[in-house]
Design a protein around this ligand. Structure first.
Ligand code: CP
Length: 336
């Protein structure tokens, strides 16, 4: 295992070169092979990871904790109510202290306009690598698992692959923008042609779109946008129907100053798009071998029908979820 990435923060793939990401994928595939062969992979014996969750999690929490155990170390599962964060201890002090006691810090903080600033402050003051478990802008571990799953099902030469990321209706919480934003930044770097569909009141953040367009130019992929879900599904090799909140509709400062009013408006806008669902009719517009991906948890019957989500010829969502483990182990083993 190379030492070249030791100590590198992982808040977004955008600060990692393609070569570094290729090393991450190679390591993840190797760790997956060894996991199935039940070969020990004790790359982090006796090391400690501190995990701080400001929000709930199934996949992220368990892929990191199981991953640390499988690498020979231990992960502390922390929430703000177990820490002095509840009494106002700041990110800087928390990062300095935890990084003196262990070997890595991982944190999920998805509050809009807050999360990425919090994580960046931790990274600034931590003497150990800081990993994002998702913030309001990025979900880098999800992006890695997504691309690994694409490599497995579509091959490693992804040039010309058509991936549709579509906003979808959901009755569950207003999900962060971080999953689709990570995907549009990352996939075109691998030559993928990405189409994003969303109602006009549910855009992604402008600055991320601009950066993703640059990534597409440099990486040989492409990026286009539409307000028509049907049009976006036509000919797609992979479809990713997923809800996200209307945060990108507002300037961050405006949102923070008028949070309650913005949430009320978002909620009213949401009800106008109940027909934005991935169902059999829309799947038939896509390529005949189309695959469904979703970061999960899915809002069954709203984002996507059970019929599609449970169809083993179409749905690869559980491979995608499992790959959270192998990619998490890769990042931890390489950076800690
Ligand atoms: N996809 C994902 O991040 O799932 P969790 O919220 O369960 O961690």
């Amino acid at each position: 295992m190379t030492n070249e990435l030791k100590g590198k923060h992982f808040l977004t793939e955008d600060t990692w070169t393609k070569q570094e990401l290729d090393t991450v994928f190679e390591t993840a595939f190797d760790l997956k092979k060894k996991f199935y062969a039940e070969e020990p992979t004790l790359h982090l014996p006796h090391k400690t990871l501190f995990m701080m969750f400001f929000e709930q999690s199934t996949r992220t929490r368990n892929s990191m904790e199981a991953g640390m155990t499988q690498l020979g170390g231990h992960a502390h599962d922390l929430t703000p109510d177990k820490m002095q964060i509840t009494h106002g201890e700041v990110a800087k002090d928390t990062a300095i202290i935890l990084s003196r006691m262990g070997h890595g810090i991982a944190c999920r903080n998805c509050f809009y306009g807050v999360g990425n600033i919090y994580l960046s402050e931790m990274a600034q003051y931590s003497r150990r690598p800081v990993m994002s478990l998702q913030d309001d802008i990025y979900h880098p571990f999800q992006g890695l698992a997504d691309l690994m799953t694409i490599f497995e099902h579509c091959g490693k030469n992804t040039k010309g692959l058509k991936v549709t990321i579509s906003w979808a209706y959901a009755t569950t919480h207003a999900k962060p923008l971080s999953v689709p934003q990570t995907q549009i930044l990352l996939f075109p770097r691998y030559g993928i042609d990405v189409t994003v569909a969303n109602p006009k009141e549910f855009p992604l953040s402008k600055n991320i779109i601009e950066k993703a367009k640059k990534n597409a130019e440099e990486g040989g992929g492409s990026l286009k946008f539409t307000n028509d879900m049907d049009e976006a599904f036509e000919g797609a090799h992979i479809v990713i129907p997923k809800n996200w909140g209307g945060f990108g509709f507002y300037d961050v400062d405006k949102y923070l100053q008028n949070e309650d009013a913005c949430k009320k408006e978002m909620s009213a806008n949401l009800t106008r798009y109940k027909n934005w669902i991935c169902d059999d009719k829309r799947i038939k517009l896509a390529d005949k071998n189309v695959k469904l991906m979703h970061a999960l948890p899915a809002d069954r019957g709203n984002e996507v029908t059970d019929e599609i989500l449970d169809n083993p010829n179409i749905s690869i969502v559980f491979d995608e979820a499992e790959n959270r483990l192998h990619t998490a182990k890769s990042i931890m083993a390489l950076t800690m």
